[in-house]
Design a binder for this molecule. Structure first.
Ligand code: AMP
Ligand code: MG
Length: 432
């Protein structure tokens, strides 16, 4: 993280900005620098379980009860004592009552006796096993006959606390709550839960050529897509996404956008204006308002990026100045911004799971940089996971992301890959 570029000039290219450009960072170096500045500031709120999906658990959740609270039947059938059964003979038991889920049998089941029991009903005193109807040798209204070899003790019985034991950690702090987690919390009788407050992320697009939807199409202009992909990715991550629109290459407008973002948000994400060839205004404004480094990262797409802290009065916010190309925005977000945002959210860091797959074509790649190619992963007729690139891989071709279901990750030291070789892929699904 460079802090020497603050403050700097507004009228000409600042030499210190240029100096930063010469350093080529590996993806891992960039990640480490980002990690050292992205800190979690704990702030909690209590939410109804019904609104907590995707939120970050603020503390370890200790189970207040055993789940299930009692030994109970896993099948409809008859509950009996396994000690009564015989390995060699059929045994007849008399039916002395019944237990339903929510209506337990109150008495004691003695030798030679059993009760009719339904799934979920509490196992009565004296019984340790359940035999389902279809396994009985015979039955009347008053008696059942167990076959020989009726099964081991504890058959079709669920034990108290087998799902969760009282006093144990049911869910860990930092967990991003899934549908299963909501159900699990509900099974503990909870209706509310302490979660981290949502991270606030302001974002805007920069560039004179960027058109807002609804504006008449003009020669040399493009409709803004980056704010929409960013909105989608931030929403999936559970951030409060604050859309500050499109800011043209104008010093005053850029400055007020950065200041407004700083006042409202913990993190600012911009797109455009950070590559070496860009009009320098965005870079200069960033430098003037904060401690910003301009990186060239050994990754593709997503080579240029600005990173650091923007200040406005007593407020400050972490800045990710992403490149303008639409695919670069997404790869930089997923592989550089996302881990930092998760950390700041107080969430456990989940790196995307890399899955090995056979590439159907040769993949050109230079050693010394990480490349992310867009792929379609499927299972081939031989049952192997197989990945194909989605056509042209230009960093402006957003269709390649839209068609893909995964990113082919070609690692830093990897070289050209031949058809039939195994590569790592990261499924989009796992990125939330
Ligand atoms: P830059 O990083 O500003 O040099 O932009 C690189 C490329 O991305 C240029 O072709 C821009 O027109 C394009 N670009 C920049 N911002 C956006 C945006 N918000 N939506 C779509 N394309 C963009
Ligand atoms: Mg630009």
């Amino acid at each position: 993280m460079h802090s020497s570029s603050h403050p700097t000039h507004t009228s000409s290219s600042a030499p210190n900005v240029k100096a930063d450009d010469t350093a080529l960072l590996s993806l891992n170096e960039a990640k480490e620098k980002i990690a050292s500045l992205s800190k979690h500031k704990p702030a909690h709120e209590t939410l109804a379980l019904t609104t907590a999906l995707g939120r970050v658990l603020a503390q370890d959740l200790i189970s207040p009860i055993d789940v299930p609270a009692h030994d109970n039947a896993a099948m409809d059938g008859y509950a009996f004592a396994s000690s009564a059964a015989s390995a060699t003979d059929e045994i007849t038991l008399s039916i002395i009552g019944s237990a339903l889920a929510g209506a337990p049998f109150q008495g004691q089941v003695n030798n030679g006796e059993c009760i009719r029991i339904m799934t979920g009903a509490v196992m009565p005193a004296g019984c340790d096993s359940v035999i389902p109807y279809e396994k009985l040798s015979a039955q009347t209204d008053t008696h059942i006959t167990l076959p020989a070899h009726v099964g081991s003790p504890g058959a079709h019985r669920r034990l108290r606390g087998e799902d969760l034991q009282r006093g144990c950690i049911a869910l860990k702090k930092g967990r991003i709550l899934t549908p299963a987690d909501l159900g699990l919390l509900a099974s503990l009788g909870l209706t509310e839960i302490r979660v981290e407050t949502r991270l606030r992320v302001a974002f805007f697009s920069t560039g004179d050529e960027i058109l807002a939807q609804g504006e008449a199409s003009e020669h040399g202009c493009v409709y803004d897509s980056n704010r929409y992909t960013l909105l989608g990715m931030l929403s999936r991550l559970g951030c409060v996404a604050i859309d500050l629109g499109i800011i043209p290459d104008d010093a005053a407008q850029l400055e007020s956008a950065f200041r407004a973002a700083c006042q409202q948000a913990d993190v600012i994400i911009t797109s455009g204006g950070v590559s070496q060839g860009s009009a320098d205004l965005t870079r200069l404004t960033m430098s003037r308002l904060g401690d910003i480094a301009f990186w060239q990262i050994a990754m593709r797409p997503g080579r240029p990026m600005a990173f650091g802290t923007i200040h406005d009065g007593t407020q400050s916010a972490l800045l990710f100045g992403l490149p303008g190309n639409p695919v670069a925005v997404m790869t930089s977000f997923y592989f550089l911004a996302r881990p930092a945002l998760l950390r700041m959210m107080g969430a456990e860091l989940t790196e995307p799971l890399l899955i090995p797959a056979v590439t159907t074509t040769q993949l050109d790649k230079k050693s010394g940089r990480t490349e992310f190619q867009r792929g379609i992963l499927k299972r081939n007729l031989r049952g192997q996971l197989e990945v194909s690139v989605t056509g042209t891989q230009g960093s402006g071709i957003l269709r390649s992301m839209s068609e893909a279901n995964c990113m082919i990750v070609l690692h830093h030291h990897q070289d050209q890959v031949q058809a039939g070789e195994v590569v790592d892929v990261a499924l989009f699904e796992g990125l939330i």
